[in-house]
Each structure stands twice: as structure tokens, then as C-alpha cells.
Design a protein around this ligand. Structure first.
Ligand code: NAP
Length: 277
């Protein structure tokens, strides 16, 4: 597994991590075993959220006895992100996760509550040791600039955003802005949330041919492409999928392979609004 500095959070974090949205609470044992297999394979970055139903409970079970290995991220819902609501939401997440701290806590997306309230609560949580760092999710450049102006430099650890081969909008402005501000970019839905290009499409065939040359899989090639600049947090529901995703970090793409992927999945024009799901 490759590790890289996670923005201002002060940690080296696995470039491929584990998502938990829609993790299967009806198959608890398999869900927990999959997360643990992911940890064994080095995917120590685990992403969850208060929004994801039982996911925090399952993560809590999976990391029990292994907390120190994990870079644990959760998110507050915008409707809860008031000065007091953020603290209470964090405490509920900590209880569900059966831990005393989050490595990073994110605002899930921008809502109506003034950003200064959420940021003040995040800083209070840092001061009390309940979170070690904080960041945002689904923020476009204007929102990032506002957050930076309120928080000051070096406070926002990351921006978690939609990024996969079929949705490269963040490459226009969000990635350059975050790189300049030393914020980590976390790619959510790196496989397109269940819409991964297969060999019936020209792009899928390009991925398959590059994968063959590396004795890898098309999904590993996709993750290798995305993790050049971002951390990726694919969600998996089986031990084999978890292991496959972790091993993507061994794949090193050549300049010509990167160019072929770039041509097969063009970035497209900059959209008016940041895409999100
Ligand atoms: P995703 O990771 O792009 O795709 C998940 C799909 O890929 C599932 O159907 C999964 O199937 C399949 N898959 C995973 N590994 C595979 C493998 N090796 N071989 C074949 N299929 C594989 O979708 P996502 O869950 O939307 O995104 C990932 C995470 O990002 C979420 O879980 C969540 O933590 C985060 N997220 C954040 C936001 C936000 O607003 N901040 C929004 C969306 C997502 P199986 O389940 O059968 O393995």
C-alpha cells in the first residue's frame, strides 16, 4: 500500500481506503470481515458518516482492538452542523464507532447553517481532542475560499468530492486549488457508484488492455489513475473485492497509458456546478 501526507492532518494515509455508504447491515459478519480484510491489506483509511445508517456501528465493530491502525473519518449532516449540533453529532458518531476520537471530521455538504458556526464547532472538537483534524465535502472553489477565509490557512485537511473516470470535473479547478492550499483531495464513488465501464464500451476496453499488461484488473487501473492526485475510498462488499482494491496501489501507469486513459475518458468542459451524488 502506498501512503501519502493527508493535507494538514499531519498523517501519512493509505492512498486507497474504504468507503462504507450502503454497506450491508443485513450481512453484518461479511461487512465487518470485509473491512477487516481491507485493513489487513493496508486500506487503513476508513470513511463513514452519520448519514450511512448502521455503517458507523459496523465500522466500530471492525476496528475494535485495531483503532490505532486506522485513519477514521466521519461526517456531520448539514442540518446538524450548528455550533451545538456539530458537537452532539460528533459525540453520537464516537459512541457508534466505539472510539474516543476521529482522525478527521467532515461537513458532508454545504447547507443553510452559517459555515462559521460549523468551523467554530470543529475547532472546539479539536481543542477537546475528540477530532484530530477536520475538512469538508462537496465544496467547490467559492465555498473553499470562504472556508479558508474563516478558518485561516492550514486548518482544512481535505475536500471529499465525486471523482471517477467518467466524472473528472474536479480536475478543472478544485484539484489545483486544493493542491495549492495543501488540502487532500478524497475521491468518493471512484468506481462511479456501481456504473463502472465494462468491456462493452470503448473506455472499458482501454482499461482492460492496460490491465492485462500489468496483470491487474480494470478497476485497479482506474484507481491507479485517480490516486495520482487523490486518495480514493471505494466501497466493497466482499473479501476479494477489498483485496483487489488494496492492491491497486501497486500499479504504476506509464505516461502513454495515462494518455490512453485520458483520451478514453475525456475530462470534458468545466460544469457550472460541482457534480455530486
Ligand atoms: P464506489 O466505491 O464507486 O462503487 C461501489 C461499487 O463498486 C459497489 O457496487 C461494489 O460492489 C463495487 N466494487 C467495489 N470493489 C469492486 C471490485 N474490486 N470488483 C468489482 N466490483 C467492485 O461507490 P460509492 O460507495 O458511492 O463510493 C465510495 C464511498 O465514497 C462511499 O461508500 C462513501 O464512503 C463515500 N461517498 C461519499 C459521498 C459524499 O458526499 N461525501 C458521496 C458518495 C460516496 P460490492 O459492494 O459488491 O463489492
Amino acid at each position: 500500500m502506498r501512503f501519502r501526507q493527508f493535507g494538514s492532518a499531519g498523517h501519512e494515509v493509505s492512498v486507497v481506503g474504504q468507503g462504507t455508504w450502503k454497506i450491508d447491515g443485513d450481512r453484518r459478519e461479511l461487512a465487518v470481515a470485509t473491512l477487516r480484510r481491507g485493513l489487513d491489506e493496508g486500506m487503513t483509511h476508513i470513511d463513514t458518516a452519520e448519514m450511512y445508517g448502521d455503517a458507523e456501528l459496523l465500522v466500530g465493530e471492525a476496528i475494535s482492538g485495531r483503532r490505532d491502525e486506522v485513519f477514521l473519518v466521519s461526517k456531520v449532516l448539514p442540518g446538524n452542523a450548528s455550533a451545538r449540533g456539530t458537537i452532539e453529532a460528533c459525540e453520537r458518531s464516537l459512541a457508534r464507532l466505539r472510539t474516543d476520537r476521529l482522525d478527521c471530521y467532515l461537513l458532508h455538504w454545504r447547507g443553510r447553517i452559517p459555515l462559521e458556526e460549523t468551523i467554530a464547532a470543529f475547532e472546539q472538537l479539536v481543542a477537546s481532542g475528540k477530532i484530530l483534524a477536520w475538512g469538508v465535502s462537496n465544496f467547490d472553489v467559492a465555498d473553499l475560499e470562504e472556508a479558508l477565509a474563516l478558518a485561516g490557512p492550514g486548518r482544512l485537511a481535505c475536500n471529499q468530492v465525486l471523482y471517477n473516470l467518467q466524472e473528472r470535473a474536479i480536475e478543472h479547478a478544485v484539484i489545483p486549488w486544493c493542491e495549492q492550499s495543501e488540502m487532500a483531495i478524497v475521491a468518493y464513488s471512484p468506481f462511479g457508484h456501481g456504473d463502472f465501464p465494462d468491456e462493452r464500451s470503448p473506455g472499458g476496453r482501454v482499461l482492460a488492455s492496460i490491465a492485462e499488461a500489468h496483470q491487474a484488473t480494470p478497476r485497479q487501473v482506474a484507481l491507479a489513475f485517480l490516486t495520482r492526485q487523490a486518495f480514493a475510498i471505494p466501497k466493497a462488499s466482499s473479501l476479494d473485492h477489498a483485496a483487489e482494491n488494496a492492491r491497486a496501489s501497486d500499479v504504476e501507469l506509464s505516461e502513454s497509458e495515462l494518455a490512453r486513459i485520458d483520451a478514453a475518458f475525456p475530462r470534458g468542459p468545466k460544469p457550472a456546478a460541482l457534480p455530486m451524488i
